[in-house]
Design a protein around this ligand. Structure first.
Ligand code: NI
Ligand code: MN
Length: 219
């Protein structure tokens, strides 16, 4: 059984019953967050890039958990904290106790000089999950979907900083994903978006709209 716990914006946790895997922990200052960073549990923490709305409370998560942080080396600067990290880069796959993780491209700035933004494909709980991170639509999403049969694509739909609902719907098609979960919208005015619009645009997959603070089982 695999749970998707949504904390708002681009922060969510996958829980396979044994391992808690957290992504882009932006909670302090996140108007959607319903949980404090001190309360979030993580065995693994994946970071897509160094913008504040993604790397956010990584320091608190590291401080409160026995966590391994995974990301591009250039973006994993935690100010001299004692951190267990696995640095990797685009196209790389690592084996982890719950399955595997592959770092895939995202088209977005890194948030620091040096490094690039990325997304991830994870095998966990018997499912293949693709988290796009912040990105625009790009044609090579087709290649990501060709290598792994994606059960759930977790995609930004807010526009302005990332792809919007129209491009995210095309991304679902390129990826060949069976299911999609929209994120990275309605946090602030510039990324206001009606997720129902996205749902209506997606013809090839089931769209699950999850509210911040809610959880769903990924079946
Ligand atoms: Ni960003
Ligand atoms: Mn962002």
């Amino acid at each position: 059984m695999l749970k998707f716990n949504y904390y708002g914006h681009a922060c969510f946790q996958l829980d396979d019953g044994k391992y808690k895997v957290l992504f882009d922990p932006f909670l302090t200052g996140n108007p959607q967050a319903t949980i404090k960073p001190e309360e979030v549990k993580a065995d693994y923490l994946f970071i897509t890039h160094a913008h504040g709305d993604h790397v956010g409370d990584a320091d608190v998560i590291i401080d409160k958990n026995d966590v391994t942080v995974i990301g591009i080396p250039e973006i994993m600067d935690f100010g001299g904290m004692n951190v267990k990290t696995i640095g990797m880069n685009l196209g790389g796959t690592i084996k982890l106790p719950f399955g595997y993780a592959r770092m895939v491209p995202a088209m977005h700035s890194a948030g620091v000089s040096g490094g690039v933004a990325c997304g991830y494909v994870l095998s966990i709980g018997g499912k293949i999950i693709y988290f796009a991170g912040d990105t625009c639509l790009f044609g090579d999403m087709k290649l990501i979907g060709e290598r792994d049969a994606i059960d759930y694509a977790i995609l930004p739909i807010g526009g302005h900083f990332t792809m919007d609902a129209i491009d995210a719907a095309k991304a679902v098609e390129f990826l060949g994903a069976k299911n999609a979960i929209p994120i990275h919208y309605n946090t602030w005015q510039p990324i206001e978006q009606n997720p129902e619009e996205f749902k209506n645009l997606v013809k090839s997959a089931q769209v699950h709209i999850v509210k911040p603070g809610e959880s769903i089982e990924l079946i």
